[in-house]
Design a protein around this ligand. Structure first.
Ligand code: CUK
Ligand code: CUA
Length: 639
């Protein structure tokens, strides 16, 4: 460890070299790590990590689960992308999860996971995550670690703002990063200004976690980037950052960053909720898929919805305001008390911190500097709590440790900066390797953060690991933040692009993690719950084969009577009732994927035989000493 020299010097060298765009030389240095770092991240064989960390997969469309402090990857949960490893999005049971109003969309761009809350604290029931490209929000159960629900967001283009949850999991929001005609219509692009809109969608969550679009706010056509719910006193409000308030339709000729300040939109959703309950708003046409996985039938269904309630924000008194915020704010982060709203102005070195209590006073005093499309713009000084000066270059996101400190990432100067929420003084800075985007402190998005660890989620990996050709995995870094200074403990590679992450003490969810699906509760339409129920049924050219698996054979394992041109449905039920004994099912020439069937589950895959002959199928998941013998044959005859 002696070869690591002073962190400060390295940091400065790193800064200088990176700002010259020469990251390769900077990357020769490793960043100082604490001398006993290895001990502090070591989780002995058979021991468990202290925290779960759920990292968004970005353009992988999925969510990955890590243990902290070890940095070990525990699982990849398929959400918006097909996943051949377990057949998600391929099997008949799960394919409807990926249905949209555009048809099947087997891929997504997942950015921000957030865990459900009760009284402002993480409750570990569900984790939500947004999809940016074909706007959607997914809900994943933290009992099964499976995607249970996906709702598409109508009249949105780039749902980047979500998926942040209010403190009693009442609402989750969706935005639109690109302004659009609302509703969509054929229109000249250069007519954007004043004609395009930025609808913000409020989705209510019920006690079972079910999402339902409550209303859509018809906001001016700015770009809505990120959001954060209020908490504590500011519970009942939602804040959104905006950029391109110039409404420029091309980023080339007309620079979208002419305005010195863009806005943070402050939205009193409780008022709008009441307005809607009282019959306010107007129903308009919409087209969006709502996909739900039913635990009893083990099957997802997709419904296309047709209406949405549009609310004109100007019709609800004192509900929506703009707070001017320099300079193209990206993250919009609310501290655990709910008093401070931090605007991370990407093109600035300073951070602008708004005060919620000052905002309320300014509203009361009508401290306005005009309006934007009828929405009052609050006077900049009137809401300002303070400025964090000389934080760094290119602030993106802020998290909180629950001990009065905030941690902000600076993308350009590639560092994490710790500052005090009362004095706005910078207390510490640590370089990140390289170009950090988000960061995450478990619970850092709630009233009760667990301020022991912080991870930085870095955009550029370069030399941090053994080279793997031109394409590298992304990288995260674990810091111990329990002391005055942040201490770098560990680098670990991440899968996809981890925009954001959510962490939670393992104790909260470990004990309720489900072990098996109970066979006696399996209400799947095509389940065979014992070998005597296995059979083959023909309906025209559709053939349904009810199969079972148990160590180590399929029943039946010899199938005859199939013809070329048939559409064969294999419905495979795993009769096992032991924890962690899945069986697999793979069929020669199948153009979909395999199935992975967990104990008590039924899964279905379609096979359309193209050629006569006798064709094998087998179990893909090593399940016993006789796994290799777990096989069968299908005879395919001519028409
Ligand atoms: S974004 Cu990726 S660094 Cu999608 Cu939250 Cu800011
Ligand atoms: Cu069943 Cu291998």
């Amino acid at each position: 460890m002696k070869r690591y020299i002073s962190l400060t010097i390295l940091g400065i060298i790193g800064l200088i070299l990176q700002s010259c765009g020469n990251q390769d030389s900077a990357s020769k240095k490793s960043g100082a790590i604490t001398s006993n770092a290895a001990e502090r991240v070591y989780v002995a064989p058979g021991e468990h990590d202290e925290y779960y960390a759920f990292l968004s997969g970005g353009y992988s469309g999925n969510l990955t689960v890590y243990g902290l402090p070890s940095g070990r990857m525990l699982k990849e949960i398929p959400v918006f992308s097909q996943f051949p490893t377990n057949g998600y999005g391929y099997s008949e049971e799960t394919a409807p999860m990926l249905n949209t109003s555009f048809g099947m969309v087997p891929w997504g761009d997942a950015h921000h996971p957030d865990i459900s809350q009760t009284n402002g604290e993480l409750d570990g029931r569900w984790i939500f995550i947004n999809e940016n490209n074909t706007p959607r929000i997914a809900r994943i159960s933290l009992e099964t670690f499976e995607t249970e629900e996906i709702i598409e967001i109508p009249h949105s283009a780039g749902n980047h703002s979500s998926a942040y949850v209010t403190e009693n999991s009442e609402y989750i929001v969706a935005g639109t990063r690109f302004s659009i005609p609302y509703p969509q219509e054929d229109m000249a692009i250069d007519k954007m200004k004043g004609n395009f809109k930025g609808p913000l969608t409020f989705i209510a969550i019920n006690d079972e976690g079910r999402m339902n679009i409550d209303f859509q706010l018809d906001m001016p056509g700015f770009n809505y980037d990120l959001s954060h719910p209020g908490r504590g006193d500011s519970h009942g409000w939602f804040f959104f950052t905006t950029y391109n308030t110039e409404e420029a339709h091309t980023m080339q000729e007309v620079n979208a960053s002419q305005n010195d300040k863009d806005f943070i939109a402050a939205i009193n959703w409780k008022k709008i909720q009441q307005y809607v309950k009282d019959g306010g708003g107007e129903e308009i046409e919409a087209k969006y898929a709502h996909n739900v996985f039913d635990h009893h039938t083990q099957t997802a269904t997709s419904t296309i919805e047709k209406k949405v309630l549009r609310v004109d924000p100007r019709k609800v008194e004192d509900a929506v305001f703009f707070m001017p915020t320099p300079k193209s704010p990206h993250g919009c982060d609310v501290d655990p008390s709910g008093e401070y709203i931090v605007g991370n102005g990407k093109l600035s070195t300073n951070l602008t911190v708004h005060s919620f209590s000052k905002m309320l006073k300014a509203i009361e005093n009508k401290d306005f500097d005009g309006d934007a499309y009828g929405i009052p713009i609050l006077n900049f000084e009137s809401t300002l709590a303070g400025t964090v000066k000389e934080g760094g270059l290119g602030p993106l996101h802020t998290e909180f440790d629950g001990k009065g400190n905030a941690y902000t990432t600076f993308f350009i100067s590639s560092e994490v900066v710790k500052w005090n929420l009362k004095t706005f003084e910078v207390l510490d800075r640590q370089p990140s390797y390289y170009s950090v985007g988000h960061l995450m402190i478990p619970g850092g998005n709630s009233r009760k953060p667990f301020g022991k660890y912080m991870i930085s989620l870095n955009k550029i990996t370069k030399d941090r690991y053994l080279p793997t050709g031109p394409e590298l995995e992304h990288s995260a870094q674990l810091f111990d933040i329990s002391g005055d200074k942040m201490e770098l403990l560990l680098d670990f590679p991440t899968h996809g692009e981890p925009h954001y992450a959510a962490g939670i003490p393992a104790e909260i969810i470990k004990s309720k993690s489900r072990k098996i699906y109970r066979l006696d509760e399996n209400e799947h339409k095509y389940a065979a719950k014992q070998e005597s129920e296995t059979r083959m049924e023909r309906d025209g050219n559709e053939v349904h084969i009810y199969l079972t698996t148990v160590r180590s054979h399929f029943s039946p394992d010899n199938l005859e009577g199939i013809k070329v041109g048939d559409k064969v449905y294999f419905h495979v039920t795993n009769l096992e009732q032991d924890f962690d004994v899945p069986h697999g099912f793979a069929m020669i020439g199948a153009n979909t994927s395999e199935l992975l069937i967990m104990p008590g589950q039924t899964k279905t895959i379609i096979w359309e035989p193209k050629r006569e002959g006798v064709w094998p199928f087998y179990c893909t998941d090593f399940c016993s000493a006789l796994h290799q013998e777990m096989q069968g044959y299908i005879r395919v005859s001519g028409k």
